[in-house]
Design a protein around this ligand. Structure first.
Ligand code: SAM
Ligand code: TMP
Ligand code: ZN
Length: 406
């Protein structure tokens, strides 16, 4: 069956089937098990614009809105990341009278807090009322809504044009991205910049990080596909910069054509992506084969450890772990519980796989033989915190870029 590209209308070819999946952030109370929403997680690539995208769509009202639990400011690393960028905008793009910045996906105000302290006019847009309340307590103004064409047109009418539109880890979540891009066109000033940060498909493919694919991450961006989507909406990609966050991201800067010089690194990224075969439908099946191999090896390892009487527990009830546990068929029989530092998850079950979540206090009571590190993007921090585990003979199991014990 041919699927139509959400960006350009071209033909999308499926290359990966991760099976029936739960919503990645639906951490259940035990009584709720069995009453979950699920969907087919399949991924394809457009033969025309090269955008990698999911083939189905989960209703945004099920994922976002009042029940959305993620709060960006929980991470000290991300707080510093956004403070630094906001400060840079204050010193450059937003220096001068009458400047206005809009953030798409402002969450709990992690980025706009610094802008508000700098007394610059701003507006966050985010459909999660509770996150918006937290942002407002920090002095941040928020419109509780989904950013799309209509919302942007309204903001333009009430606030005037934006000098900067910024969005981190949100645009890839919007199946209706063309509407959001038309909105950016309506709202951005003539010389303004649209700056977008998101996970990078190049890192996902190079390191077989298939668990970065889950309900929210509808698109997986490359420099080439972002440039193509931008061009279709009258924007030029003028800069691309690698970021170390979220296991490998890129910050893209878009502007109206000819208004800003294009940084030489855009061409360098495109050449590198061509060399990697990124965006080439012919190379994606090889990625899918590596994903299947990782699944088979992880299952075999966990089964062998279980059969030899070893205790393996999970570490980090991440959104990513929904994909891994469900796709690999890992349940409480193989991994009886998952340790997680976030109190709101304690006493709940992981989505789909229904593994109980326990506090880090339970980790040493007693230490397991092995810990399967679902939060691999926080490996340094967690391994340092839990160094007694390894000293006592415990071992970590990692599954990206390949299955191994350390
Ligand atoms: N920007 C923050 C960061 O990088 O930490 C938050 C990212 S969080 C993964 C995605 C955010 O986008 C959520 O707060 C969600 O409520 C919001 N969101 C989802 N759809 C949106 C839309 N159409 N317009 C604005 N925000 C949206
Ligand atoms: P996420 O990758 O979906 O944001 O989830 C990260 C999870 O990892 C979150 O529930 C908290 C957990 N975590 C720990 O348990 N210990 C830690 O030291 C860190 C950094 C995260
Ligand atoms: Zn396309």
């Amino acid at each position: 069956m041919t699927h139509i590209c959400r960006i350009c209308g071209g033909a999308v070819q499926q290359f990966l089937d991760l099976g029936r999946q739960p919503l990645s952030k639906a951490f259940l109370k035990p009584a709720e098990a069995g009453r979950e929403t699920s969907f087919d997680l399949t991924v394809g690539i457009c033969a025309s614009c090269t955008m990698v995208q999911q083939l189905g769509e989960v209703s945004r009202d099920l994922v976002f809105g009042p029940r959305y639990p993620y709060r960006s400011s929980g991470s000290p690393v991300m707080r510093k990341h956004f403070e630094r960028l906001a400060q840079r905008f204050l010193n450059h793009e937003l220096a001068g009278a009458g400047r206005f910045v809009v953030e798409i996906g402002s969450n709990d105000g992690i980025f706009l807090k610094t802008i508000s302290e700098g007394a610059v006019a701003h507006l966050g847009v985010d459909p999660c009322p509770r996150a918006a309340e937290i942002a407002e307590d920090k002095g941040v103004e928020v419109l509780v809504d989904f950013f799309e064409e209509d919302t942007a047109t309204q903001i333009r009418a009430t606030h005037g044009p934006a000098d900067v539109i910024y969005s981190a880890n949100t645009l890839s979540h919007l199946p209706y991205l063309p509407s959001a891009l038309r909105g950016v066109d309506a709202l951005l000033s003539e010389r303004g910049v649209f700056v977008v940060e998101d996970r990078y498909l190049g890192d996902i493919v190079a390191h077989t990080r298939f668990d970065q694919i889950y309900d929210e991450h509808f698109y997986l961006f490359t420099v080439r596909s972002v440039q193509a989507a931008a061009a279709l909406h009258g924007f030029e990609l003028v800069d691309a910069k690698r970021l170390p966050v979220h296991g490998g991201s890129i910050r893209y800067t878009l502007a109206r054509p000819g208004v800003r010089p294009q940084n030489i690194n855009v061409g360098e990224f495109l050449a590198q992506e061509r060399a990697q075969g990124l965006g080439d439908p012919a190379t994606m099946p090889a990625f899918a084969e590596r994903v299947q191999r990782a699944r088979d090896e992880l299952r075999t390892l966990l089964r062998e450890l279980h059969d030899s009487g070893k205790l393996v527990v999970g570490y980090g009830a991440t959104s990513k772990s929904a994909t891994v546990t469900t796709y690999c068929g890992i349940g409480p029989d193989l991994v009886p519980y998952v340790i997680d530092g976030s109190p709101v998850k304690h006493g709940r079950l992981t989505p789909g796989s229904h593994i109980p979540i326990r506090s880090p206090k339970a980790f040493s009571d007693p230490y397991p033989d092995y810990a399967l590190l679902f939060a691999w993007d926080h490996a340094d921090e967690i391994m340092a915190k839990e160094r007694e585990f390894r000293k006592g003979g415990g071992r970590w199991i990692l599954y990206v870029p390949e299955v191994r014990i350390v």
